[in-house]
Design a protein around this ligand. Sequence first.
Ligand SMILES: Cc1ncc(COP(=O)(O)O)c(C=O)c1O
Length: 505
Amino acid sequence: MDHKQLAALMKDFIDRTMDLYEHMDTHRVCPAAGSQIGERIKKQGIPRTGRPLAQVCRQMEEEILPAASLGQHPRSFACIPGPISLLSWMGEMMTGAWNPHGGSAANIPGPGAVEQELIRWMCGLAGYPESAGGLFVSGGSMANLTALTAARDACLPFEKRDKGVAYVSDQTHSSVSRAFHILGFQQEQIRRIPSDSSFAMDVKELERAVRRDLFLGLAPFAVVATAGTTNTGSIDPLAEIARLCKGSGLWMHVDGAFGASILLSGWGRGMLKGIEQSDSLSWDAHKWLRQTYGCSAVLVRQQSRLVRSFSSHPEYLEDLAGAPEETNFWDLGPELTRPCRGLKLWFTLQVLGQEQMAQDMEHSCRMAQAAAQELEKDPHWEIISGPSLGILNFRYVLPGLSPDELDRLNQQMAAQVTAGGFAQILTTRLKGVQAIRLCTLHPDTSPEDIRTTIRLLKESPALQKAQSRRPHPARNKSCAPVMSLQARPISAASMGRSSSPIHGL
Ligand SMILES: Cc1ncc(COP(=O)(O)O)c(C=O)c1O
């Protein structure tokens, strides 16, 4: 390997990537359809002998990486976007370069101290006592799985596992039922408690369900509350759920993968009152704390609960285990070898500080509010939820269309704006209808971005066509289905941004 050539290529890559970020606004959010990249990669296969470094670099940068949606784009409004800070990228690069083995703190005193300090700080923000602890894992799904393993082991004796029952809401993230499945529970052992009109868990229903299961001789052992649901950004009534869990000896897990980050702000801590009484918490840094993917924390009120579930002492690790009173990261979760995922977060926080992060989150919430205000100008828009924690759900209601036609229309409107490249928008299903969902997490999203996105939705071919086909109000209500409309990319002209062309259009 020619190190000089490698260094030169790395530097060039960094320069060009900085340029990409500087002009992110002019790039499509999602790649244009029809690139055939999958076919080409398959045909190319894995070579028996290597290829020139510069050639592989070029292919990565020009062909492979651009064929991906940019979750870090200021107009990526889909799922929970990843509005990364370039500081996180830098922290990750530096960590990857040194590649510390994150299994035992004794083996990596520096990086180990950083991760332990972050965990201590996060536990403090959650209001946990000194006995608390935790671990950086790859994401919210792994954090939920890790915490729920501890919940099962702490609150459900082995011989009662077939009678164990856990409680989630109809808005709980799908990773939770997957975690219960991995832990050996059947779907029938999971109660989906209905949510109320604000999409938060209905605690009266929860109480009723727990009482019923106890009466039936079952063994309720855990409740999963959510701080910031994926669909609507709703917060379950944490204090009430905590009271119920305490009274009934149930483990309370809070899935704060999305919403726990607001603990950095005073207003956020107020909104999450009750979280301090929970037994465990999932908190993704690769969502609202602006980290590149693979950075999440699982926190528990009593670190010993994780040790009980995960600790093992193979003879080949004894020399690295440190002093007997020390707890190693490999004793707290399912991984042995693990990257030091927290270093990039520490790096970012050291440079930005907590206040900047909190201000960025406030901006996110303001952008969702700006979207709601924009929609209120036209009575055809119906707001279905929010804005809550930067998430807004709404739909366009065209009189005369059937419920199915309205669902399809709204889905097509979102798909067409996404296909045009200006923004990425997905729909979800709420209260039995298809809703257009905006999640505005990026600190660089501007009010103009929001206004233009809503205008593009209104100018989408699907809506134009549906409006032109709409039967006269006096005629029969059942009209031609919107289903036959094909999603077409929106032209640059219709995006009205000729002074700021989107690359690739
Ligand atoms: C509330 C919630 N929990 C869990 C997850 C899963 O997190 P990850 O995708 O990091 O595994 C998500 C992902 O969006 C989420 O929003």
